[in-house]
Design a protein. Structure first.
Length: 292
C-alpha cells in the first residue's frame, strides 16, 4: 500500500507509486454520465515511479524527468494536490517531483498511481489524518483507478472502478511487461466497445476462485480482458506480443487496461528473463517485474 510505505523526512515525503495490471477486465453497461460499470481484478507489480512531495507555503508545482509530460494543471498529480487542498480547506502548497519508470499511457495506471501518492503524501505532511474512505472520496474524482492505487495489492474493482473488495494475494510470480511504441486512446476504446461484438467474457469468479486456491496456473488460464477485442483489432502488434510471450513459455498473457501494454505470467525467473531478452531487442519499454 502506498499509504503505508511513505517516508517523511522534515518537509518532504517520498513514495513509491506502483504499476498495476488487470488480471481480468470486463466492461458492463454504460452510465448516463458516460462512464461504464466495470468488473475487474487488479494486481500491483513491483515496477514503480518515485514521487517526492515537498511542503511549501503556497502554490503547486510539478516537475518530471520526462520533458513531454505536462507540469501544469493538466497533470493528474497537480490535480490531486489541488483536490486535496480543496477538500481539506487548507491554505498551503507543495512541490511535486516525479521520476517516471512506468511507461506513460500504457494501461498500467502510472498517472493514477502518481495521483494516489500525492494524496497520501500530503495527508502525511499536513497531518490531516484522513480516513481511507476520505482519501478514496477525493481519489475517485481524479480517475477510476486512483482509489485502487492508494491500497494496491490484489482486489476486485466494481462500479466505475471505485468499489474495491480485497482478494487473497496472488502467489508471488514473475511478470513480464512489454509496451509497444504506439498510443491508445482509452476514451475511443470505451466508445468502440459499446458496439463491438463480444464473444467470450472474462470469468471473474473463476479468477477469484483460483486466487483463493493459490493456483497460479489457473490464475494464468483465466487472464482475460474484454477490451482486447477492440484494441487488438486496431493494433495487431498487441496480439503478436501476446502470442510471442506464450511461445516463450508464459503460463498466460493478456493486455492490461485499455492497452497497449501486454503482460505475461511466467513459471520461473529464468524463463521470464529469456523472454525479456527476446523482446528487448525489439522494443524499448520491456520490464521484468514481480507481483506484490
Amino acid at each position: 500500500m502506498i499509504i503505508d510505505e511513505i517516508v517523511v523526512t522534515g518537509p518532504r515525503a517520498m513514495a513509491r507509486s506502483y504499476a498495476k495490471v488487470n488480471l481480468t477486465l470486463d466492461v458492463l453497461d454504460r452510465l448516463p454520465n458516460g462512464y461504464h460499470n466495470v468488473e475487474m481484478v487488479m494486481q500491483t507489480v513491483s515496477l514503480y515511479d518515485l514521487v517526492l512531495v515537498d511542503k511549501t507555503d503556497s502554490r503547486i508545482s510539478v516537475s518530471t524527468n520526462l520533458k513531454y509530460l505536462p507540469t501544469n494543471e493538466k497533470n493528474i498529480a497537480y490535480k490531486a494536490a489541488s483536490a486535496f487542498f480543496d477538500y481539506t480547506q487548507i491554505s498551503g502548497g507543495c512541490k511535486i517531483m516525479i521520476h517516471k519508470n512506468i511507461p506513460v499511457a500504457s494501461g498500467l495506471a502510472g498517472g493514477s498511481g502518481n495521483a494516489a501518492a500525492v494524496l497520501c503524501s500530503l495527508d502525511k505532511l499536513y497531518g490531516t489524518n484522513l480516513t481511507l474512505d476520505e482519501l478514496k472520496e477525493i481519489a475517485v474524482g481524479l480517475g477510476a483507478d486512483v482509489p485502487y492505487c492508494i491500497t494496491g495489492k490484489t482486489a476486485l474493482a466494481t462500479g466505475i472502478g471505485e468499489i474495491l473488495t480485497p482478494l487473497p494475494d496472488i502467489p508471488k510470480c514473475n511478470i513480464l511487461i512489454v509496451k509497444p511504441p504506439i498510443s491508445v486512446s482509452t476514451a475511443s476504446i470505451y466508445e468502440a466497445i459499446d458496439t463491438a461484438h463480444i464473444g467470450e467474457r472474462p470469468d471473474t469468479q473463476a479468477m477469484i476462485d483460483a486466487l483463493k486456491r493459490q493456483d497460479i496456473n489457473d490464475v494464468a488460464n483465466n487472464l482475460s480482458n474484454v477490451m482486447g477485442v477492440v484494441t487488438e483489432k486496431m493494433h495487431p502488434i498487441i496480439k503478436g506480443i501476446r502470442n510471442k510471450m506464450m511461445l516463450n513459455g508464459a503460463l498466460g498473457a493478456v493486455m492490461s487496461g485499455s492497452g497497449p501494454t501486454v503482460f505475461g505470467i511466467f513459471p520461473d525467473y529464468e524463463t521470464a528473463k529469456k523472454s525479456h531478452d527476446s523482446f528487448y531487442y525489439q522494443f524499448k519499454e520491456v520490464y521484468l517485474t514481480t507481483t506484490l
